[in-house]
Ligand binder design. Sequence first.
Ligand SMILES: NC(=O)c1ccc[n+]([C@@H]2O[C@H](COP(=O)([O-])OP(=O)(O)OC[C@H]3O[C@@H](n4cnc5c(N)ncnc54)[C@H](O)[C@@H]3O)[C@@H](O)[C@H]2O)c1
Length: 313
Amino acid sequence: MTTYLVTGGCGFIGINLVRALTQRGEFVRILDNLSTGKKDDAKLPGIDLQIGDIRDLGAVTKACEGVDKVVHLAAHTRVVDSVENPQVNFEINAIGTVNVLRACRSASVKKMIFASTGGAILGEQEPPVHEGMVPRPVSPYGASKLAGEAYCSAFHGSYGLNTVMLRFSNVYGPYSYHKGSVVAQFFRDLMQKKPLVVYGDGLQTRDFLYVDDLVEAILLADSIDTPGEAFQIASGRETSIRGLCETIRKVIPGLKFDVRYELARKGEIQRNYASIEKARRMLGYTPKTKLDDGLKSTWQWFLSFLGEPLHNR
Ligand SMILES: NC(=O)c1ccc[n+]([C@@H]2O[C@H](COP(=O)([O-])OP(=O)(O)OC[C@H]3O[C@@H](n4cnc5c(N)ncnc54)[C@H](O)[C@@H]3O)[C@@H](O)[C@H]2O)c1
């Protein structure tokens, strides 16, 4: 049995990963400050939940004691919030990540997997984006994640820490009810019979990745050694926001809704999808879930979850 620390393990991706790890019989500790994550979602047998903040080196050092591997997910995750408050974003994503790396080093952790981002660190580039491109973040969120990657690379180079950076695309799926990302926002709005709000002309594109495929990529990066490497983890498909609205209409028959267009938001990129060739080649990664199927399962999850009023969670 391997002991894992999952920072941010009470969040959307965290809960999905923690469930997969416990199903494999691994021992999991979570470090989370519950700023967006929910304690109840992590109430699984055998989980050691430590409530603390990654900005607190003492808390991170304690959480790393006796740990074999760390998946570092805890972060200030919203582009729009980072534009409003770049300082907090820097403290959580850059300093917090350095704290996690320092604690991994002190505890002789065997591997540290860092949750990075594809679109936000690279900025406006001609897609498909790939690992060979020079990053040009256009938001403080992208800049802080790039700083996190730089420190992961540096801790590998300077101290031999086995770090790997996974650049997630736009992830959707169960347990995302609190997220500001587009699929979660649309599904919350649909549950409340509100129109879907599209910022800009809706022709902007994203690469939507179902969370099970992301968890599979994390498990592959865990099992295969590629120290100091960065990988795009995405579906490899480009979907416009208008296209997403149409797919939702198709996969949820009978659901009637309007789409309202508003001004584009600052710091958001126009086109994004990724090449996943490197992850395919070096990790054997192949995303399996089609957008239609992923949206159907996510909608089913929202329906079952929102049996309870949202404000109770
Ligand atoms: N969801 C996506 O589409 C996506 C895309 C690219 C990258 N990522 C990255 O994946 C990771 C997980 O994202 P998510 O979508 O699950 O977000 P989330 O907000 O659901 O989860 C983040 C978790 O971290 C915790 N947290 C936040 N600040 C903390 C702090 N200072 N100390 C301790 N815990 C803290 C929150 O309580 C939450 O449980 C993040 O690093 C994010 O930047 C996510």
